[in-house]
Ligand binder design. Structure first.
Ligand code: UDP
Ligand code: MG
Length: 198
């Protein structure tokens, strides 16, 4: 049976950019599917948006069988939304990304190639922080320094982002073993074990 990629996108008040995200990402996924033989699903998790995001998402889903919408009645935060999307997903691989095109969907075909090579955890890193000033860079570096000092043998990569991909077995580990209310999802995915590309 064909493998399937699940793309999980969390959405909070994104009505201005959502159409652009969908129009840009969907053809990339279609092309990826034709080229690699992987089927796909595009799962939007609406995290209690107060704008017209949910209406837009329902329009996408009505017109495109690949699109699914998970809806939170209230805002629960980005990580809770991602967890819900991962729980809902059924793909052999799951890509988690933001809805505002800060995570380039152009990377998705390459992620699928890496799944085919057997990687379980694929973390995208920022190569240039054009969006972040010096303050963010320093606080971000300090954050990882403190985390790594406190966390014993568990080490977190600098600059890890919320743009990552995990295999189904990692998704199951997250589903079963990482259910704290306060989470550090981008760190967990690097430390669940399995073959990792960074
Ligand atoms: N988001 C969410 N719930 C929230 C805040 C944000 O699902 O309470 C989504 C948002 O729509 C976006 C992603 O999480 O897709 C990242 O949010 P944002 O762009 O605000 O974060 P940043 O780029 O500053 O990391
Ligand atoms: Mg953003």
């Amino acid at each position: 049976m064909a493998k399937k990629l699940s793309v999980v996108v969390s959405v909070y008040n994104e009505e201005l950019g959502l159409n652009q995200f969908y129009q840009h990402t969907s053809p990339i996924l279609k092309e990826m599917s034709q080229r690699t033989g992987w089927d796909y699903e595009l799962i939007f998790v609406n995290d209690g948006s107060r704008d017209g995001s949910l209406d837009l998402l329902r329009e996408f889903a009505a017109a495109d069988e690949k699109v699914a919408v998970v809806n939170f009645a209230a805002n629960r935060g980005h990580e809770a939304a991602m967890i819900a999307g991962i729980d809902y997903s059924s793909g052999d691989g799951v890509v988690c990304m933001d809805a505002d095109l800060q995570h380039p969907p152009e990377s998705i075909p390459e992620i699928v190639e890496k799944f085919d090579e057997g990687y379980d955890v694929i973390s995208m890193v920022r190569t240039a922080r054009a969006d972040a000033g010096i303050f963010k860079r320093i606080t971000s570096a300090a954050f990882y320094k403190v985390m790594n000092a406190m966390s014993g043998k568990t080490k977190f990569e600098n600059n890890s982002s919320d743009f990552f991909a995990i295999s189904r077995r990692v998704a199951l580990v997250l589903k079963n073993d990482y259910r704290e209310r306060v989470r550090f999802l981008r760190g967990y995915v690097q430390n669940v074990g399995f073959k990792k590309l960074h």
